[in-house]
Design a protein around this ligand. Sequence first.
Ligand code: DC
Length: 227
Amino acid sequence: MNKEKVFTIAIDGPCGAGKSSVANDVAKKLDIMHLDTGAMYRAVGLYMMRNEVNVKDLSAVEARVDEVEIDIKYENGRQRTYLCGEDVSEIIRSQEIGDAASAVSKGAYVRKKMVERQQAIAKGVSLLADGRDAGTCILPDATLKIFLTADVRERAKRRYDERVKKGEACNFEDVLKECIERDKNDMTRAVSPLIQAEDAVVVDSTNMTQGEVVDKIIALLEERLGA
Ligand code: DC
């Protein structure tokens, strides 16, 4: 594969499709930066919650978004997300913060600020970005665009299994409802809704292992770059 050339990969898709884990593995194998763009919206959500701003009140959120200082750093090849100097990489993973991220991400000004930062990070380097608008907004000229999806029951099952593994008490039907709600939020918002980019390759991971998805993406990239 011609790795001398700068190349970019955009992976978008609904929650629970396995974007983060797949993106991490692909980036590691290719030795390129992985930008988890959802972490930035999560940090904004956390900031608003800590400051008692109602995340559903978009004018209140947008009035304060300039205060949010987000830094993305890489330690041992993995992204760490800093909010106003504090490493929040773990705290932002909760369901509550995910819902807050989904709410604040509806704001046009919030999105403008995040996309500007993401494009500045991506400038001139080989990188893989995953999120909801990586192929449609952040990296419109990406070398490879993937729309990673899976059946909603399968996505909910993966989420449910993950939580059970962490020892969290949960119920499958509730997790399924959360996934359906999150999809609706992300796909129906007015600004940059989650949609498949016209030139994206759809990968349905319902009956695929994580390893198979990773191999498929790398094979598609090799094809694009001319192995
Ligand atoms: O990928 P994630 O679960 O960490 O994302 C959390 C929320 O952030 C998601 O529900 C929608 C929003 N998001 C977005 O609007 N655009 C992105 N590029 C990434 C995430």
